[in-house]
Design a protein around this ligand. Structure first.
Ligand code: CUK
Ligand code: CUA
Length: 635
């Protein structure tokens, strides 16, 4: 199959050389994409014929008819939009968005008091850069409890509660900059969330060191208590970390490291022919922690263990230059480090790691295969038949290869471990198989998260969507079955069988997300489930009202110019889907109040006169009439 087998008239019109920064797109994209850019457009008849052949070969049915439900949940990073999105797989329909690090106009996330409490010390930050959403596990199976995600831009980690699909915890990680790779402990359960700090910074980073002296710069591996959402400990390493994953035995974590040179510029970062994978021994780390063998930095109490070269907490396995993705095979046998600048991936035998820590073997002896797959391997996913699927960023392909045969080839046997290379459109980063990061890999679907989408969608201006492609991997051959445009680079996603996730349909009244607001009402002598009351407390006014479609419990209230007003709305409707909104004109005030929820928002009444508030989620035939007045007196 040729690249760009489904071109529009735009093919060939886009100038591959067009570049104002001197970096030619032709040079950057590699030979494959150049061929695509110059491709001759197919005639309508040719296109119809090729579409027909493709359709006949599809085995898994991607169509989810009206009224039918998808088989899987897809949890998508929203990239630098700062949110998580829930998709249905295989339909690829977007089902919901979960605001996390962003501010969201529809739900009031980042505006309401409840969301500000969750955001805590970073409530004033309205941007984020999500990369890696991963679900908590029990014994290597998704358990449907939490999804964790990183914010690279502001060094944060957040947790989403899957029973309500809302963010319920967020922390800023101290001593580090740019939390990147994030995964969870798989076995025995997700006690810890693990994540890498990518950018090395001075220890301490207090402005007292010089910019020229980089000798104290470090990158830390971070281990977070998943329930408490506190940093349990950090491990100092050599080099800067990138991606990470956990084993299926509960002992080892592995992280890729590029820039082992600790360079500060691009030129300095790519000098060494080899970088490394760092293996962390959780048992040894916990022992060191208990024995008090740690230091603290930057005036905080987080214990930092020493995992630099020579420590008994870590081992450094040399791999070719600048590895990127790190993936554990779903059979639990291997860590796979993806070469990025090398056309290979390095397969590390997890079984051999105990011997490595006992110094019975050398670091490179833990490598059991290093198959050559193509240009720019970034991430690898797995099926349940011993195959691996690696994205090739520069070749714009997915390479399907057999792991055991790659091992035989490494031992010198003449076998062709490559099963197939499939063109994807274009420049794939992560890929992900259905349940492929758990023991339940089922080998049905593969997602390729492509960074570029040139010619694949109607043009929408210079900013292009990314292209998330759905691939059927159930048969011997991979088949591309769907192109899905997405906004703001998703980086990563995961596919969870619907049987693992059991969300509520209405809130329970004692939910911790609004418990503090209900407690505040109680202190004011207000029962939020029945009372419509105004509490005046000096310059502060608290307005408590209920809502039942199609009316707020309060038709009007009065405040004085300059008052700090908190409006608390409790939705007494019990029927699923009857969500109300509270939106106040001219104040940037709006929030979602789903059935049985309490939500609150605080603002300064800084405009005199009448200001209408209204419900902004369509809830009833008389939804338009669901409104009331705030009167702001000028005296
Ligand atoms: S990273 Cu973006 S393609 Cu942040 Cu997981 Cu590899
Ligand atoms: Cu309540 Cu619309």
């Amino acid at each position: 199959m040729k690249k760009n087998d489904n071109p529009t008239e735009l093919s060939g019109e886009i100038n591959a050389e067009d570049s104002s920064n001197g970096l030619s797109r032709r040079g950057f994209l590699g030979a494959g994409a150049v061929a695509a850019a110059g491709a001759v457009p197919m005639t309508a008849a040719m296109f119809a014929a090729s579409a027909k052949t493709q359709a006949a070969e599809i085995r898994n049915d991607t169509s989810v008819h009206p009224g039918e439900l998808d088989e899987y949940y897809g949890f998508w990073s929203g990239g630098h939009s700062g949110e998580i999105r829930i998709l249905g797989i295989p339909s690829m329909r977007e089902l919901m968005r979960i605001p996390v690090f962003n501010t969201d106009s529809a739900t009031g996330w980042g505006l309401t008091n409840e969301s500000k409490r969750v955001k805590g010390d970073s409530a004033h930050i309205h941007a984020g850069d999500c990369h890696h959403p991963h679900m908590s596990m029990t014994d290597g199976h998704y358990n449907g409890k939490y999804v964790f995600i990183n914010d690279k831009a502001n060094s944060r980690v957040a947790r989403v509660r899957c029973d309500v699909m809302k963010t319920d915890k967020m922390i800023t990680i101290p001593n580090v900059q740019a939390i990147h790779g994030l995964r969870v402990q798989k076995v025995p359960y997700t006690k810890y969330v693990i994540c890498n700090a990518e950018f090395e910074i001075p220890m301490n980073n207090d402005g007292k060191s010089s910019m020229e002296d980089v000798s104290t710069y470090r990158s830390l591996f971070n281990v977070i208590d998943a329930e408490a959402m506190e940093v349990a400990f950090q491990v100092m390493v050599d080099g800067n970390l990138d991606n990470t994953d956990a084993d299926y035995d509960g002992r080892f974590f592995a992280s890729t490291c590029y820039n082992s040179e600790m360079g500060m510029t691009l030129g300095e970062m790519v000098v060494a022919e080899r970088d490394h994978v760092v293996i962390f021994d959780l048992h040894a780390c916990e022992k060191a922690l208990k024995a008090g063998k740690f230091k603290t930095y930057n005036d905080n109490k987080v214990p930092v263990l020493d995992g630099t070269k020579g420590s008994n907490l870590t081992r450094y396995i040399p791999v070719p230059k600048s590895p990127h993705g790190l993936n554990t095979s779903s059979d639990g046998k291997y860590f796979v480090a993806n070469g990025k600048l090398s056309p290979t991936v390095s397969v590390i035998s997890i079984k051999k790691l105990a011997d490595l820590f006992d110094d019975k073997i050398k670091p490179r002896d833990a490598i059991v295969a290093e198959p050559e797959l193509g240009l720019g391997p970034l991430h690898t996913a797995f099926d349940n038949r011993g195959n691996a699927y690696t994205t090739l960023f520069l070749d714009s392909q997915i390479a399907k290869w057999n792991v055991e045969e790659a091992i035989e080839a490494y031992q010198g046997k003449k076998v062709n471990y490559i099963r197939q290379k499939l063109d994807v459109h274009y420049q794939p980063g992560h890929n992900h198989t259905s349940q492929g990061e758990t023991r339940d890999a089922d080998g049905k679907w593969l997602i390729s998260l492509c960074k570029f989408s040139k010619d694949r969608f109607l043009p929408v201006g210079p900013l292009h969507p990314e292209n998330d492609q759905l691939i059927d991997i159930s048969g011997d051959e991979m088949k591309l079955v769907h192109d899905g445009p997405t906004y703001a680079e998703p980086h990563d996603c995961m596919i969870v069988h619907r049987s693992k996730v059991k969300p509520k349909k209405v809130w329970t009244r004692d939910d911790p997300i609004f418990a503090e607001t209900v407690a505040m009402a109680k202190r004011d002598g207000v029962n939020v489930e029945s009372d419509n009351k105004i509490i005046r407390d000096g310059n502060k006014v608290r307005v408590y009202m209920t809502s039942v479609a199609p009316a707020f419990g309060m038709n009007d209230f009065k405040v004085k110019l300059g008052n700090e007003v908190t409006v608390v709305v409790t939705n007494l409707d019990k029927i699923e889907d009857v969500t109300h909104g509270f939106c106040l004109t001219n104040h940037g005030v709006q929030m979602e109040v789903a059935p049985q929820a309490t939500a609150s928002i605080t603002f300064i009444a800084d405009k005199p006169g009448v200001q209408w508030y209204y419900c902004n989620w369509f809830c009833h035939a008389l939804h338009m009439e669901m409104r009331g007045r705030m009167f702001v007196s000028a005296e």
